[in-house]
Design a protein around this ligand. Structure first.
Ligand SMILES: Cc1cc2nc3c(=O)[nH]c(=O)nc-3n(C[C@H](O)[C@H](O)[C@H](O)COP(=O)(O)O)c2cc1C
Length: 370
C-alpha cells in the first residue's frame, strides 16, 4: 500500500515524498510585484521542512488586468523574474521541487496597479464580497466581457509568465483554473454566459483553457512541468456546481489530457466531498484517477488524521496541504517524528494575510520554526 512518505516521480523530477504545499496568497511582494527577501525566508522554510513540492501563491501574469491583489507578486518583467530566481535557488538547496502558480484574476480583481477594469468571459460579477484577508477593496466591479484584444493579452501574458518562470529556474508552472479566477470563469456557467465559440456546453467552456495548456506546453521543454488546478468552488461561492455534474469533470479531464497537461490538481472544501450536481458518488480527484493516467494532486482538508488514507486511495497522487502547512511549515518532518501538529490560529493572518503579520504573531507566541 502506498504511503505519503513514498518517493514519487513527476515528469522526470524525483520527489522525496508526496507532500505538497498548496498555493497560498500572502500579499507580501513590493508595490511593483517584486518578491522580497522575507518571501524567500517563507518558501525556504517549507523546503527545509521536508516537503516534496512547494507551489507558490498565485502570481500575476501581465501588466494589464491579471493582478488581483495589492502586493501580489508578478512574473511580468526582469526585476520580478530576478527576485524569483533568488528564491528558487534557496528552495532548490533543499532538493524540493518548486512550481509557480500562474493566476489571472479575471472578475475577482480586488486591486490592480495597471487598470481599474477587470475582464471576464462575460460581464458578470462574482457572488459575495471581496476577501478582507487580502486587503481593502471597494467591492466587485462589473468586468468587461473579453473581446479579441483581451483574449490575446491574457494568452500572451500567461505564456510570457511561463517563459519567465522557466528563466527564474522553477521546475514547472501550475495554471490556476480554480477558485473563481479567469481560467476557472471560463468553466463556470455563472461567469461564462457567452453564446460564441467560447461558451455553451462544457466542451466549449473548456476550449480557452485547453488552448492555454497547449500554448504553455509548446513554450517549454518536455521536462518542465505544466500542471493545472481545477475545481468548482470559488473564493466567495463554495456552493457553485457546473450543470453537467460528473460528466463535466470527465470532459475536463479528457480535454486536459489531450492538451498534454502533466498533472491535474483538484481542490474542494473537503477531499471526501461528492461535489457534483447530478448526485454522482465520485470526488473530483477520483474522476482524474478513473478517467486518466495523469498524476492528481488532491486538496481540501488533508491533515494528520487522514493523510495516509488519502495517499493509499490515490496511488498516482500527491497531497496538497494549505492551512496545516501554514501552522506547521515543517509538517512532513513533524509527522515522520510523531511530533505535535498545530492547528492554524487565524490570528496569524490578521488583519491581512501578510508575512509581516505572520512573523509578528510568531514573535508574540514564540513559534518561530528553527
Ligand atoms: C491564506 C490562503 C491563501 C490562499 N491563496 C491561494 C492561491 O493563491 N491560489 C490557490 O489556488 N489557492 C489558494 N488558497 C487555497 C489553498 O490552496 C487550499 O485550496 C485551501 O486552503 C484548502 O486546503 P487546506 O484545507 O489544506 O487548507 C489559499 C488559502 C489560504 C488559507
Amino acid at each position: 500500500m502506498s504511503s505519503a512518505f513514498d518517493d514519487f516521480e513527476l515528469k522526470g523530477h524525483k520527489l522525496e515524498n508526496r507532500f505538497v504545499v498548496a498555493p497560498m496568497t500572502r500579499t507580501s511582494a513590493d508595490k511593483k510585484g517584486k518578491p522580497t527577501e522575507l518571501m524567500g525566508d517563507y518558501y525556504e522554510r517549507f523546503a527545509k521542512g521536508g516537503w516534496g513540492v512547494v507551489i507558490t501563491e498565485g502570481i500575476y501574469t501581465d501588466q494589464q488586468a491579471s493582478q488581483g491583489y495589492e502586493n501580489q507578486p508578478g512574473l511580468t518583467d526582469a526585476p520580478q523574474t530576478d527576485a524569483w530566481k533568488e528564491i528558487v535557488e534557496r528552495v532548490h538547496k533543499h532538493d524540493c521541487v518548486f512550481i509557480a502558480q500562474l493566476m489571472h484574476a479575471g472578475a475577482q480583481m480586488q486591486h490592480n496597479e495597471f487598470t481599474d477594469e477587470p475582464i471576464a468571459p462575460s460581464a458578470v460579477k462574482p457572488k459575495g464580497e471581496p476577501l478582507d484577508l487580502y486587503g481593502e477593496s471597494d467591492g466587485w466591479k462589473e468586468p468587461k466581457a473579453m473581446g479579441e484584444t483581451e483574449f490575446d493579452a491574457a494568452m500572451q501574458g500567461i505564456i510570457g509568465a511561463v517563459n519567465r518562470a522557466k528563466e527564474a529556474g522553477f521546475d514547472g508552472i501550475e495554471l490556476h483554473a480554480a477558485n473563481g479566477y479567469l481560467l476557472n470563469e471560463f468553466l463556470s456557467d455563472h461567469f461564462n454566459q457567452r453564446e460564441d465559440q467560447w461558451g455553451g456546453g462544457m466542451a466549449k467552456r473548456l476550449k480557452f483553457v485547453e488552448m492555454v495548456v497547449k500554448a504553455a506546453k509548446s513554450a517549454v521543454d518536455d521536462d518542465f512541468i505544466v500542471g493545472i488546478r481545477v475545481g468548482q468552488i470559488t473564493v466567495t461561492d463554495p456552493d457553485y456546481q457546473w450543470p453537467e455534474g460528473e460528466d463535466g469533470m470527465i470532459r475536463i479531464v479528457k480535454g486536459l489530457k489531450e492538451a498534454g497537461v502533466d498533472y491535474i490538481h483538484t481542490t474542494d472544501t473537503s477531499v471526501d466531498r461528492k461535489p457534483f450536481k447530478d448526485g454522482s458518488n465520485s470526488t473530483l480527484a477520483e474522476v482524474v484517477q478513473d478517467f486518466s493516467d495523469i498524476p492528481v494532486i488532491v486538496n481540501g482538508g488533508i491533515d494528520e488524521s487522514n493523510y495516509e488514507h488519502i495517499a493509499a486511495h490515490y496511488e498516482n497522487g500527491l497531497l496538497a496541504i494549505g492551512k496545516k502547512a501554514l501552522a506547521n511549515p515543517d509538517l512532513p518532518h513533524r509527522l515522520k517524528k510523531g511530533e505535535t501538529i498545530e492547528d492554524l490560529d487565524f490570528a496569524m493572518l490578521q488583519p491581512i494575510a501578510t508575512l509581516e503579520n505572520e512573523w509578528k504573531w510568531r514573535d508574540e507566541h514564540d513559534k518561530h520554526v528553527k
